[in-house]
Ligand binder design. Structure first.
Ligand SMILES: Cc1ncc(COP(=O)(O)O)c(C=O)c1O
Length: 420
């Protein structure tokens, strides 16, 4: 199971160690629930993307965990950022991500967001609707992509499928063609096209079909508009293994396959080879993150179900509720012990709030530390303060050192929003 954890994970004296630090020491110093990010895993994933596509612009899909320290780390590795709100844009700005490496998204960008993107000097704005063309030009935006929906259904949860017919994102082919035409007429530099078919992809099939479809669409643009994309942004999407039976391809295979498909499809239509943009989120940060919880109540509900209740739950990780996200876990302070049975891990919220339906664990006791791997993406990023539970902290570990990268919220922080 350790291969679901960050690359530096090991057992030492029966305890889980990440980045050279015992998890019990991390939890003692920073409290629980706690999101622990392994620096080496983040760096290795970023470098894998750069190696797999050396000519591509790789931008971190910041929505997976929009954190200034992680944006900074990725910027040092040569990555940019894909941002889709004022908040994410500001995080990237504070991380000093070079503006030319900023890609600005959003299916409903406000005028404020368009102006902020222009002021930040963002390299690319992705047009998502025809009504954005004039507004983007008026806001001072210069260079744009047009997001197009292929109609191809990615094999993933419907909530994270984004390029099917009926998607709220992007434009179907005819409207996308019109957006290219109108954007050119409005004086925008229409650099290229964008597609993103969905997230948590475990194979290349739908992505390949989409790129082939996109090449045919680019050929249609050439024929009808005498315009070809100089730049093609194929989004993110590569999945992460949260449990043993999820096996996504490695970055090298996924990205290598995409780039080869693009080269072949573009050659087939005799189109000039475009520059590629990639927007990985989950695959950069998912495996790097481990959530540490403290075990509280252990309760037998039926012959078959024993609950292990932890001090977080759906407020720090809503994926089980939103997408039926599956996880596994181990007792971090007794990581070498054999399983004593199968348990259900429950959160502390006033819902069923089941974090893990069934997991084999050493016999859990109050005070144990439960480690849930592959929780670096779309967990804290999607967190809520349901039941007025403060948001957890996050730390970055590497070379035996721990650095806080997000402060723990307090009850006072939460109540500061209430007006009397
Ligand atoms: C436009 C766009 N690009 C990139 C991403 C990142 O996707 P992932 O985290 O699956 O790599 C998303 C996420 O949904 C997205 O909507």
């Amino acid at each position: 199971m350790l291969d679901l954890f960050p690359v530096t994970a090991s057992r030492d004296g029966g305890e889980l160690v990440i980045g050279g630090v015992r998890t019990s020491a991390i939890a003692e110093a920073h409290g629980t629930p706690l999101l622990v990010y392994c620096e080496q895993t983040l760096v290795e994933q970023a470098r894998a993307y750069r190696r797999a596509a050396p000519d591509a612009l790789v931008v971190y899909g910041a929505k997976a965990f929009p954190n200034v320290a992680l944006l900074q780390l990725f910027a040092r590795e040569g990555l940019g950022a894909d941002v889709s709100t004022l908040g994410e844009l500001e995080a990237a700005r504070r991380a000093r991500v070079p503006p030319e490496r900023l890609v600005v998204h959003g299916n409903n960008k406000s005028d404020d967001e368009l102006r902020a993107a222009a002021r930040a000097g963002a390299g690319l704005l992705v047009l998502d609707a025809l009504d954005e063309v004039e507004r983007a030009a008026a806001a001072g935006i210069r260079r744009v992509l047009v997001r197009v929906t292929s109609g191809i259904e990615a094999d993933t949860h419907e909530a994270i499928r984004t390029s099917h017919h009926g998607s709220k994102f992007g434009l179907p082919a005819d409207a996308a063609l019109e957006a290219v035409r109108q954007a050119g007429a409005a004086g925008l530099d229409v650099a290229g096209l964008h597609v993103h078919i969905g997230s948590q992809l475990l194979d290349l099939q739908a992505a390949r079909m989409t790129i082939e479809w996109l090449a045919a669409f680019a050929a249609r643009c050439r024929q009808e508009l005498a315009w070809t994309p100089a730049l093609v942004d194929v989004g993110g999407g590569l999945g992460v293994a949260h449990v043993d039976d999820e096996r996504p391809p490695p970055v090298e295979t996924f990205v290598g396959g995409l780039v080869r498909t693009l080269e072949q499809a573009w050659a087939l239509h005799d189109l000039p080879r475009p520059q590629v943009v990639l927007e990985p989120g989950r695959s950069l940060v998912g495996r790097a993150g481990v959530t540490l919880y403290r075990v509280g109540v252990v309760k037998r509900a039926t012959e078959a179900i024993t609950y292990v209740a932890v001090d977080g739950g759906m407020s720090d990780n809503p994926r089980p509720q939103l997408y039926g996200g599956r996880y596994t876990a181990l007792l971090a302070n007794r990581a070498g012990e054999r399983a004593a049975g199968t348990y259900s891990v429950a959160g502390k919220h006033c819902e069923a709030d089941t974090l893990i339906g069934h997991v084999e664990l050493a016999e859990p006791r109050r005070g144990d530390l439960l480690a849930v791997p592959a929780t670096g993406a779309y967990t804290l990023a999607m967190a809520s303060s349901y039941n007025l539970v403060p948001l957890p902290a996050a730390v970055l570990v590497g070379d035996g050192r721990v650095r806080q990268i997000r402060r723990r919220q307090s009850v006072d922080d939460l109540l500061a929003y209430d007006a009397l």
